[in-house]
Design a protein around this ligand. Structure first.
Ligand code: DGJ
Length: 741
């Protein structure tokens, strides 16, 4: 890995064995010109031969210069209004109302390793040798503004991370109307854009569209990354599939409003931009102050979508998630939400915990409804003290009883919200996000606390701390069930109201950080009505996320398949729940539900006391199976094989790092009569290794990868078997465990 700088031409080449990223300083205007990003190429003393500048009539140029139309130059962090008409990376407004900037190259620094980013989540290194960082300083003389663009290239990963920082070193205040994390001009438009789209209970659905002229974008303006889009997009070549071909992936390490877009200009240059959504954003950069953008992770892979995803998985699992739980397998949990909803008391939940313990489950999680007078979703959020009628011994007493079962205890909170019937609201009615003299909309009868205010975050920390400090709590589910409306903070002056959304999410990060610091061994699971905040920002604090409120095994195939584009199995919260399923009413076999949930953190969410003895036996086996294989599932390399978005059949697999074992999940939604032959071709195995499949037949890795697992039976001379065979029915799953012989 290296960052090589040609001092005379001021060219910068960041490269490792897999990727190259090259840009330079323009001779006359001293702005940055992008030259190349993609598969590793040779280093050269000069990359001047890569400059691509056609003579274009009808363009606008800098005075005294005939080659400086920025519209025709591929750039690193462009501005608008001074010869470039495309979407810019930044917009700054001065007090006189002008918007023109001119950031020119000033200096560079190469730093071993990677620095952390103040108050924001970011990927990190443990050894300096894992990455090199290049900081480029640009300067706008009129604004007296220093802009530092930071690029980190990882040694053994096909990853470059980028972010930007503005420092006002002058005397004049001005406003950042837009400060994106990254802008990249790719030289052509022969791509399909992939992203995740959804809604409550159907998150993570893959969408694919061919790039066309103009802007195509995904975004959030809801105060959270949201169910609707994920802060991720990828550009893949038309022929790229899961296993092969070129793809660029972009992922924003941020949990608030974002924008991710591609603008294809009239010369087919594709400008990718990602960062905080500029819509309703305006940050006052007062004299002497600085502004830091979130980090954007860029992955280039020529090994298909799986290649891109595996890079994201390893980076996010090992160098974004942190702390005590980062490298540990997670406990198998049971959550009481779909078992009881609000209707529980200590006896009832202890019964669930006892039965679960008997079946091998390790952690009991008490969900919503344990505080204030909360019997439904109309009250009590903010009154973070126990509901005595339900829990006469409090959380402390319940946790103790669960611990006595030799189980761990976990608890649900929704710290960012308040209901009007609470002490918190009575004492601090001005602590909610609300615009004066306007209606204040509720979501699920709750209002959003103004986390842009330190005193609100302090107060919530104290309330949570009172519960956590006195009880034995090993896990916290942090929920967030509505979006921000009527955004306005009563604590901010008029000219800083454009800061509310970003300051809000900084407040959320701050509360997480303080809790983690005080309680480093608590396992946090983030949640926002399911997956409305399943984003890399959250993974920095909570290494796992409740992926969706939809627990139906069939729906989960799509949700988990899509989510796995970016996020590792160690982060994908997945539970076996009841039938008829509470979201869609579907009846799926319990083993199918488990076979889907295994490919995630794995747990249960149903009234386990009501299962038949036979079902309990199945749960016991499932729990034992997961315990035996959870290291493989957590640490292995995940490969998607067949997509639920294409067909009736889904398949995926996880292979251990040393390729000595693998687990394959195969799911058929609807049974079909007299079907064509089927084989599942595997990937990622050692071609020369002999593997035994489900303790039966053995195959070489090359057979399994080139021929596949043959799914049809072999009925030669067994006519009676043929006629008497059982039909498996709909919603079938099969698991194949491969062990090297
Ligand atoms: C939404 C979550 O996604 C559910 O799992 C559950 O915790 C409910 N909120 C509780 O209100």
């Amino acid at each position: 890995m290296s960052i090589t700088i040609n001092e005379s031409h001021l060219e910068f080449h960041l490269y490792n064995d897999q990727i190259s990223y090259i840009f330079r300083v323009l001779e006359k205007s001293h702005q940055l010109e992008h030259l190349y990003y993609g598969k590793r190429i040779h280093h050269r003393d000069s990359f001047a031969h890569l400059i691509e500048r056609e003579i274009r009539p009808s363009c606008n140029m800098f005075e005294g210069d005939h080659t400086s139309s920025m519209e025709h130059i591929k750039q690193e962090y462009p501005s608008f209004g001074s010869t470039d008409f495309r979407f810019p990376a930044h917009v700054i407004m001065r007090e006189d109302g002008s918007h023109i900037t001119n950031f020119v190259y000033q200096d560079y620094r190469v730093i071993k390793g990677k620095k952390s980013i103040d108050h924001l989540p970011a990927t990190y290194v443990e050894q300096e040798t894992e990455a090199d960082t290049l900081e480029i300083d640009l300067f706008d003389k009129v604004l007296q503004c220093q802009l530092t663009l930071t690029y980190t290239i990882y040694q053994d990963r096909n990853v470059i991370s980028r972010h930007a920082r503005f420092v006002n070193i002058g005397k004049e205040d001005y406003f950042l109307d837009q400060a994106m994390s990254m802008s990249l001009d790719l030289p052509d438009d022969q791509f399909e854009m992939i992203h995740l789209q959804g809604a409550w209970a159907r998150e993570g659905h893959l969408e694919k569209k061919r790039l066309s002229k103009g802007i195509q974008s995904i975004y959030s303006n809801r105060g959270a990354s949201s169910h609707v889009f994920n802060p991720f997009l990828a550009l893949k070549r038309f022929q790229t599939d899961e296993q092969k071909g070129e793809v660029y992936g972009f992922s924003l390490v941020y949990s608030g409003n974002f924008l991710a877009q591609v603008e294809v200009d009239t010369y087919n240059v594709s400008r990718v931009t990602m960062g905080i959504n500029p819509f309703q954003f305006k940050w006052k950069l007062a004299a002497g102050e600085s502004f830091q953008t979130p980090e954007c992770i860029m992955v280039y892979s020529d090994h298909g979508l799986n290649g891109m995803s595996q890079t994201f998985h390893k980076l996010y699992r090992d160098r974004l998630a942190r702390g005590y739980w980062r490298d540990k397998t997670r406990p198998i949990l049971i959550n009481n939400w779909e078992a009881t909803y609000f209707d529980f008391n200590e006896d009832k939940v202890l019964q669930i915990a006892k039965t679960a313990k008997d079946l091998g489950i390790e952690l009991f999680v008490l969900d919503d409804g344990w505080f204030g007078k909360r019997d439904d979703d109309s009250s009590s959020l903010g009154d973070w003290f126990e509901y005595e009628e339900k829990l006469p011994n409090g959380i402390e007493g319940l946790a103790e009883k669960v611990e006595e079962l030799d189980m761990r205890f976990g608890l649900w909170f929704e710290p960012e919200m308040v209901c009007k019937d609470t002490r918190l609201f009575e004492e601090h009615p001005d602590w909610i996000i609300a615009t004066p003299n306007r209606r204040v909309s509720h979501g699920r009868n709750q209002f959003v606390l103004d986390f842009s205010r330190c005193e609100v975050v302090d107060h919530l920390f104290n309330l949570m701390d009172q519960i956590i400090s006195k009880s034995k709590i090993s896990y916290i589910k942090w929920d967030m069930n509505r979006h921000i409306t009527e955004a306005f903070s009563q604590a901010l002056p008029t000219d800083q109201q454009g800061e509310v959304y970003h300051r809000y999410i900084l407040g959320v990060y701050d509360l997480y950080e303080r809790l983690i610091e005080k309680y480093p061994e608590i396992l946090f699971e983030s949640c926002a009505g399911g997956g409305a905040r399943f984003d890399p920002g959250m993974l920095y604090y909570a290494p796992q996320t409740w992926t969706s409120d939809d627990t139906d095994a069939v729906e989960r195939l799509k949700i988990q398949y899509g989510t796995s584009m970016i996020y590792p199995l160690s982060s994908i919260g997945s539970h076996v729940s009841d039938i008829p399923n509470h979201q869609v009413g579907r009846m799926t076999p319990i083993d199918t539900r488990a076979a889907v949930a295994y490919f995630g953190t794995f747990g249960y969410e149903l009234d386990i006391t009501k299962l038949s003895d036979q079902e309990k036996g199945q749960v016991r086996e499932q729990v034992a199976f997961f315990k035996e294989n959870r290291k493989l599932i957590r640490n292995g390399e995940f490969h998607r094989l067949l997509s639920p978005f294409d067909d009736n059949i889904t398949a995926w697999m996880v292979v251990s790092e040393d390729k000595t074992e693998a687990l394959v999940g195969y799911y058929k939604v609807l049974a079909k009569p007299n079907e064509p032959y089927q084989r599942i071709k595997l990937t990622g195995l050692d071609p020369n290794q002999l593997y035994q499949v489900n303790n039966e037949k053995s195959y070489y890795g090359d057979e399994l990868m080139n021929i596949g697992i043959i799914l049809a039976g072999n009925y030669i001379d067994r006519a009676s078997d043929y006629w008497s065979r059982e039909h498996p029915g709909d919603y079938q799953a099969r698991l194949f465990m491969l062990k090297a012989l």
